[in-house]
Design a binder for this molecule. Sequence first.
Ligand code: FAD
Length: 391
Amino acid sequence: MTWLEPLRSSVPELDTPAWTSLERFDAALGELSSAAPAHHDAAAWSAWLLQLRHELAARRHRAPTGPAGPVWQTLAQFLAGARDLDLRDCTGAGHGAMVLTHAPTAIARAWDERLRAGELIGIAATERHGGSRIREITTRARPGRGGTWRLTGEKCWVSRLTEAAAFVVFVRDPDARISAVLVDADDPRAERDVIEPFGLGGWSWGALRLHDLPVDPATALLGAPGNGLEIFHQHFARFRPLVTATALGTAAGVHALVADALAARRSTGILPRVRDNALIALGRTHAEITAALLATVTTTRLAMIGHPAADLLARLGKAAGVDTAVQAVNNLAPLIGAAGFQRSHPVAKARADLTGLLYADGIHDSLYRSGGVSLLAGPANSRLATLTAAA
Ligand SMILES: Cc1cc2nc3c(=O)[nH]c(=O)nc-3n(C[C@H](O)[C@H](O)[C@H](O)COP(=O)(O)OP(=O)(O)OC[C@H]3O[C@@H](n4cnc5c(N)ncnc54)[C@H](O)[C@@H]3O)c2cc1C
């Protein structure tokens, strides 16, 4: 909370009870994290992360209702990221938000309960030809008996592969339009193939193959047929600020570790004084992380009210915010020397994990490029008023 306290006047939506609940959330994270297993035991670490999500849900650590909610969640994810980037799903519905918003009412209601209890929903959009080309997806839904759809295709680089209870899968529907359908993770016709990642390995990751898997569009289809891209963009306008805040939290966590290490070395006399290069790096990265976090909160607000610029700012903000976090950690890490290069060190883990976010939830050159396309759309004198998702 040390990092957030000075920013309190920038989040007037959070009244005293909301701020107190954020402090309680942070305290609970601290308490529960003390029992975390070592992260290099991938199975134990993943099980603990899922258990953490359930435990936080059971203790009712959740965003307040109303306009304070999304802002609270953005700051909560910053606090979670400061402990570990793998805590990227410890608040809210995550990708399950697509189900809550677009599934038929009875399905959405049932999932609301399950997600509130801590269950997880994954997203399966990326295919071998390239995740940055979602319009070209090939996973097919062909008509089956009695109005069912049968899904066939392969999704790759899917996160939450074994932890998710279901996936929102983007498919080409029987009319060749892109639609979003909910698929049960335990369906015997869904094959999951886990791959070892370089970082961000908290949730398992890999390929999801659908082998003529039957779904009933009356219950599994999200929104109307052909609404897939709209659902994708609307969801990521809200989800990307959460990712960005988590990444910035991770950079803030590294900042705190490095500052504490330097202060300890100075007070014990190991360092007679802290050199200017270290002081400058501490000051500059603090300012950069703070500025990016405030921009992220603004994007959260715009997404909440459905502002036309929200999608653009979420795309650019995710790329720029994660880049800020990566650069900050790269600048800070050498200040504590090779100790921070040990695989088991939190700084080394933060560096590897942040690398994963250069791809996950949108690869950066593609996000910047699509932002450029949006910025050039519309007549020159009214560009700001006509910002829409053009990518
Ligand atoms: C840790 C992690 C978690 C992930 N989780 C998920 C998940 O849960 N669900 C999911 O669906 N996906 C997930 N992904 C995949 C992620 O969304 C994709 O990596 C991302 O969308 C980019 O797709 P790609 O990797 O296929 O790269 P590509 O789309 O192939 O892009 C690679 C490069 O090619 C460039 N490129 C594209 N078109 C052209 C062109 N015409 N000419 C020249 N260059 C071009 C791109 O700009 C980019 O630089 C995850 C990835 C990671 C690393």
